[in-house]
Design a protein around this ligand. Structure first.
Ligand SMILES: [Zn+2]
Length: 68
């Protein structure tokens, strides 16, 4: 296992391109498991609708899920 050191890249959820400047647009919470984050590139991020749940989290500043 020799993974080369490279900048973290994420796949944009909208255009499916890899971006070195990912923008977190949503947090998906699975019924069982830690869930995962959804990223978009900077071009697509403004076009991604944010789910009401994420807005609630931003409004309250509190997170129910445990920290990793
Ligand atoms: Zn994109």
């Amino acid at each position: 296992m020799t993974a080369p050191a490279r900048r973290p890249v994420r796949m944009c959820v909208r255009c499916d391109r890899l971006t070195e400047t990912p923008v977190l647009v949503a947090e998906v919470h699975a019924g069982s498991g830690p869930g995962f984050n959804v990223y978009a590139c900077t071009d697509c991020a403004p076009h991604i609708p944010r789910p009401p749940g994420a807005l609630d989290l931003l409004a309250t500043g509190r997170h129910d899920h445990p920290a990793p």
